[in-house]
Structures are given as C-alpha cells and as structure tokens.
Design a protein around this ligand. Structure first.
Ligand code: GLA
Length: 729
C-alpha cells in the first residue's frame, strides 16, 4: 500500500480507493502533492504556477523561482521563508526559533505502531495497515522529526502524527507542534466545522473558505463542546449523498488548535495539533516527544460517505475491549429522577421497576458518596454515604442484580471540592497558581493529574468501589474546565507542559482501570458532550452526548455528532416532560424515536409513570432490543438536516443489508399536512423490501430515488419509525 517512486521522488499511500502522495523537492523539502480518490500517478497536473514573485524568499539565491512561501508543504517550519502557519516551532538554547527542516530518509513498517501513552487507531493484524515514517532533521538544532503516516486496507483513512527527538546535549523547547499539516491545491472548498456549547453540542457550520485564516481551538483542558477538533472541507456542491470531502479529526481529548488558512496564491493549508496557548515542552537531551494523531478521511460520496468511514474505523479500530463488539444494554440513570436526593430505598424501587420494563442496567449517578448533598462538596472522597445507604453499596448492588438488572455507578474522578477530606489532606494536589485563589466552577477544583501519586489515588479509589460493588458500568464525568494552569509538582520551566501532562496522566489512569476491569462498560461524560472526542472513545466506547435531553434539541445534537461518531457511541436517553432544560413537552413516542437512534437509556422517575406510559415503555424497550443490532452496529445515513427545516430524517442499514430502519421527525405541525418523501440511502437498488407495519413491498431503487413518505399527523413533535426487511425479489 506504500511505495516510494525514485524517479518522481514521491511517496504514494494507496489502498485501491484513496491515494495520498507527497514528494521530495531539491533533495530536502517535502511537497504536498495529492490526497483524494485513487489515481494511478500524480504527475503535477494541479501544481501551482511558480515564478519570481515579490516578497518571496529564495533558499537558493540563484533560483528565484523557488520559494517555500509558494511550495505546498507537508510539514513547514518557522523562519524558513514560508510565511503561512508553521507546523513546527522549536526554541534552541540560544533563545532563537530558527529551524531548517530537511528530509533525511524513510522506513516502511507493517501494521501500525502504537503511540506510547496516547489513544490511537490500531490495526489488529499487520496486513491491515502499513506505516511510513519519514525522518527530517533540523539542521539548526539537530532535532530529529519523524512524520508518521498509516494507510489502512479496509478504511479510507490516513493516520498522521509526529515524533520529535533531541539527540543533542542541551535541552530544546517545542513551542508549536502540529500533528499534521497539509496543503491542498484549491481554494474553492466549503469548510464545515462543529461548534456549540453546553446543551447545544456539535452544531455543524458551513461556509466557503475565504482569503483568511479560520482558527478552531480549545484551551479549556478538554476538547470541549465549544469547538470540535475537526476540519471538514468539501467541494462547494457536496451534500450528504454526493461530492468530495476531505476531513481531519484529532484523536485527543485536551487542548488543541486547528487552522484552515487560505494561501496568498491559491491553495489551503490545514493544520491540527497542540494548542500553542497552553502547550510548550522541554526536550531534554535524549528525550522524545510523541504527538497525538490525526485521522484524515477522504470520501467521494458526500458527508455520509465521510461519516461512514469515521464510524466504521472508530467502532472497529479505535474502541477496544469486549464491549467494542457487544450489544450495549438499555440503562436507567438516576440523575434526572432524583439528582442528589437518592437513597437505598428509592434506588432499589427504581431498579425493580426498571427490570419489569425490560431495562438491563441501573446507573447510580451523582450523590452516592459521603457528604454529597449538593454540588458544593465531597468530590474526591469516593466512599459511600452510610446515611443514604445504611446497608452499604455492595448490598444495594447485589439487590439490584437480584432484581434483574446490572449495577452501574457514576464518578467524577478528576475533580475535588474544597470541602473534602482529599483537599484537606492534599491541598497541593490541585491545579492552581500559588499567587492567587483558584477560580471555581460548579464549586470544584481540578486535580493535578501530572502528579503520578494523584493518578495512583484515582485508580485505587475507583477500583476499590468497583471491586466492592461488582459494578459492570461506570459513568466517568468531568464537569468543569481548567483555569489557573499551574502545578506544585512541575518545575517553573515545565509549567507549560501541564495541559498535556494532565491528559497523559488521565490516559494512564483510564488505561489502567479499563485494563483491570475489562468487563466494565465505561461511558464518558463532561456535562454532557463536553469531551465527546475520538481520544476518549479509545478508553470508553460510549459518551453521554448532551445534558439536553429535549427530543427536538437532541435531533440536532445527534445529527451533528454523527458527522464523526457512530450512533452506538452516543448515550441518548428518554427523559420526563416538560423537559428540564427547555420546558418543552414532546410525546413519549418521539422522545423514544430520537433516543433509539443512539445508545438507548431512560432518565426519569419511572415509579410515577401512568400505566399507559409504563406499557409504552415496555413496548419501546422490546422494540429497541429487536432492532438494536442494526441500530448499534449497522450503517447510519443522515437524510434531512433538522437545523435547516422543520423535518429531520436518517436511516440505518444492518451490516448484512437485510434490515433498514428509517426515522422521520417533524418539529411543528403543518396545517397543510404536506408530505415529505425522503430518499433513503445505503440500500441495494436491485433488492425488494417489505415494510413491517403493513407488509407493503418496495424496490430498493424506488426507496432510494423516489423516497419514502412520512405520515400526516396533526400534532407538534411527531415521529415515524419504519422498519423494512429485505426480501428475495
Ligand atoms: C453532569 C452530567 C449529568 C449528571 C451530573 C451529576 O452534569 O452530565 O448527567 O451526571 O453531572 O452531577
């Protein structure tokens, strides 16, 4: 899949469907050449015009046509005459930031080597992937920079990351380090990004690339709901079903920066990597820094084609452990039912009723540990509250299991409250500056996970509860972002390393816990989808998508989230009405029709339900179980964008193509009761499908090209779920 063409001085990564090509120019510079649909060769058809341009500096004074400022570069550095964004800025012991990165050599490795201490896409067999490592040398500092590229046999994706080594005898300082940089040849792309906030995560924004630089970033200590580490470029006419897409996503959960920069003379530079605002790294002699990786996806089949690649890759080669391939349980979470006022009796009553309805897992959310009566205290002290659970949590867990549902539990391990034994005994374990009081958020402080003993404490305190209760599910929360970046542990010269060291500490904790408890299903959460990213999915194969459970808002959130992440990774729950975030009352059937399009759960006091609602829940859960293989492991296609109109729709197709599930939603009632016929995707046009509700037969071609109509109901917030089975023609 990887070859080097000596005559062209070009590297080709090619899996028969996509080609990625870059070359060596003048024996030393790496030139971005092509990334897209498979081509046999790239002979320079889209090369920029080179001539003697004003202000362009010339590394070879005799060649005024050649300038790095106009060369599409694979990994540009600072102060070398390319005035676009550099991917690499290094400070040398003399305080200067001048580099001369030049090509040295390359190696091709079978498979995909792991990234030490970091989440990464993996290959299970060496034949599934091939990796190219290209070595550059900084002629100024001697630093060795290795660019890694992996191509996969079965996924149309390339993984890129960078390693920097200091072979010298004095320290060097990394100031800016991008995991990837890529110069694409055109300017007429649309840029799609996902931004948002708490309660409105991952909203797609689309606009043409203009003549400036778009900067996406987080300096919040988490990938955050505000901007997603993801850049999607499309042809202007690309839609969900057709057209070209180039996408980059960072497999990292901390601070990041991504830029999309239009070149002066054409072309677009895309970069993604560490956020220089909160990143700096001292490379002591002999040390190596490994960046997190980026996943680059190309699709010729529109945004759904792009999502299909991300979904399969992340489901099959990013998520790990036994839960990767298992069907996920339907859960009931205590939070929206009880908040902090939980106790043994209420929990047991809820679990018993859950079992009767067919729910498979009861999750004890926040409030179970000593002194946790509200959000002002007790984080950090992970011992059960004897007042709320007089017979102990172990007994509650046993009773829950005896009632017929598994037992799961909530933690927010990275945090500590002032009012906690942990803070009182280790005031130096928090992130803060000694010069001022740290800023609180939800009354809590963040633990300094750059300290090994803090990480050990977290592993031990979570493990103790898991051992005692035999819990088979953990909800891992993170409810504030990081301010006052400062560590009592790190020396002054290394304070800028704290953000990344925090992530390395967290990844180590997660690696140890998931390794010790492989049977436990972990779900990430950060006030909803505040840290819903590819990095977390490596440890925890699902994430609570949003604290906003309103069905109408959730359509939009799940629609946006699905650009990158498969439905099985999105925790989505049916909750009570009026919705506690929006006050909106939507029918139970629609709340279910939205939540079932993710990883289904319930989050309400089911003890207070009417008999009618209880019967409906029972039916919903049975229906979900009958369909969940397709919903959780099938392919997902977005059909109608809820952000653009009154209707939303998507469809699922089972892995073997035998079942199709179509979900159609209408927000406000239409007095004219107009029909929306939505063309389905991913079906076999030659096949015939039978609609389960009435036995009607339709051709795959008819469903894909004429569409499937919804039903005219006189009500707001309606939904229609249609199941079609493939039948022999
Ligand atoms: C966060 C989570 C909620 C819940 C609360 C508990 O807000 O997103 O689901 O767990 O914390 O405090």
């Amino acid at each position: 899949m990887i070859r080097y063409e000596e005559q062209e001085k070009a590297f080709y990564l090619d899996n028969g469907r996509i080609t990625y090509c870059f070359g060596i120019v003048k024996g030393q510079y790496l030139e971005s050449r092509y990334f897209g649909r498979k081509i046999r060769r790239y002979r320079g058809s889209a090369r920029p015009w080179y001539f003697d341009r004003g202000f362009c500096s010339n590394p070879d004074p005799e060649d005024k046509i050649f300038s790095l400022d106009t060369l599409p570069q694979e990994y540009p550095c600072m102060n070398q005459g390319d005035f676009r964004q550099p991917a690499f800025v290094l400070q040398t012991p003399d305080g200067r930031r001048v580099s001369r990165l030049v090509y040295r050599d390359y190696t091709i490795l079978p498979g995909k080597p792991p990234l030490a201490g970091l989440p990464a896409v993996y290959a299970e067999q060496p034949g599934e992937a091939e990796t190219l490592a290209v070595r550059l040398e900084d002629r100024v500092s001697g630093a060795q920079v290795r660019l890694y590229y992996t191509i996969f046999r079965d996924y149309d994706a390339i993984c890129r990351h960078v390693e920097v080594e200091n072979p010298g005898s004095e320290s060097l300082w990394l100031e800016r380090l991008m995991a990837m940089s890529l110069d694409l040849p055109r300017r007429d792309y649309d840029l799609v990004t996902l931004s948002g906030s708490h309660l409105q995560e991952k909203v797609p924004h689309r606009r043409p690339v203009s003549s400036d630089t778009v900067l996406l970033e987080s300096s919040r200590g988490a990938s955050s709901p505000q901007q997603t580490p993801c850049v999607i470029l499309t042809d202007p006419n690309t839609d969900e079903a057709s057209g070209q897409v180039w996408a980059v996503n960072f497999v990292y959960s901390g601070d990041f920066q991504a830029t999309v920069q239009a070149g002066q003379y054409g072309g677009v530079r895309v970069q993604m990597g560490m956020n220089p605002l909160t990143f700096g790294w001292e490379l002591a002699p002999g040390q190596r820094f490994v960046s997190p990786e980026c996943v680059l996806v190309y699709s010729a089949e529109g945004l759904n084609g792009m999502s299909g690649v991300f979904h399969r890759l992340y489901r099959q080669r990013l998520c790990r452990g036994p839960w990767r391939d298992r069907l996920r349980p339907v859960l009931l979470n205590s939070w929206e039912a009880f908040q902090f006022s939980i106790d043994e009796e209420k929990c047991l009553a809820l679990a018993k009723q859950a079992a009767e309805l067919g729910i498979e897992l009861f999750v004890l959310d926040d409030g179970w540990f000593r002194n946790r009566i509200d959000d002002r205290r007790a984080l950090g002290d992970w011992t059960e509250d004897p007042d709320k659970f007089p017979h102990g949590l172990a007994r509650l867990a046993d009773q829950v299991r005896t009632a017929g549902v598994a037992f799961g539990i909530w933690f927010e391990p990275e945090m500590v409250s002032y009012d906690s034994d942990l803070y009182r005994s280790h005031p130096d374990w928090i992130i803060r500056s000694p010069a001022c009081d740290p800023i609180l958020s939800r009354h809590q402080l963040v633990l300094d996970l750059s300290r090994p003993e803090v990480c050990d404490y977290l592993v031990e305190s979570v493990a103790r509860v898991l051992r005692r209760t035999g819990a088979s599910y953990v909800k891992w929360d993170m409810n504030r972002h990081i301010t006052d970046l400062g560590s009592a542990w790190l020396p002054a010269g290394r304070q800028r390393e704290l953000s990344h060291r925090y992530m390395l500490g967290l990844y180590r904790v997660l690696d140890q816990l998931t390794g010790q408890f492989p049977e436990v299903l972990f779900e990430g959460c950060s006030s909803g989808g505040g840290r819903f990213d590819a990095g977390m999915l490596y440890y925890m194969p699902q994430t609570w998508a949003s604290d906003n459970t309103d069905a109408v808002c959730r359509m939009q959130i799940q629609y946006g989230t699905s650009l990158l992440f498969p439905p099985v990774t999105m925790g989505s729950h049916v909750s009570a009405v009026p919705n506690h975030q929006t006050g909106r009352t939507t029918p139970l059937s629609t709340r279910f029709a939205v939540a079932m399009a993710g990883n289904l759960g319930y989050e309400m006091d089911i003890r207070t339900l009417s008999e009618e609602d209880r019967a409906e829940l029972r039916q919903q859960i049975a229906r979900y179980k009958a369909l969940r293989q397709t919903l959780q492991q099938g392919s997902f296609y977005r059909l109608l964008d809820p952000c653009r109109g009154n209707d939303a729709a998507w469809n699922f197709v089972s892995q073997d193509g035998s079942k199709v599930i179509v979900c159609q939603y209408r927000v406000s009632a239409d007095p004219l009761r107009r029909t929306t016929a939505v063309p389905l995707q991913g079906l076999d046009p030659e096949a015939v499908y039978r609609r389960q509700s009435d036995g009607a037969l339709f051709g795959g071609d008819e469903l894909m090209y004429a569409g499937l109509s919804d039903h005219p109901v006189r009500q707001d917030f309606t939904s229609l779920v249609t199941v079609l089975d493939r039948v022999e023609a």
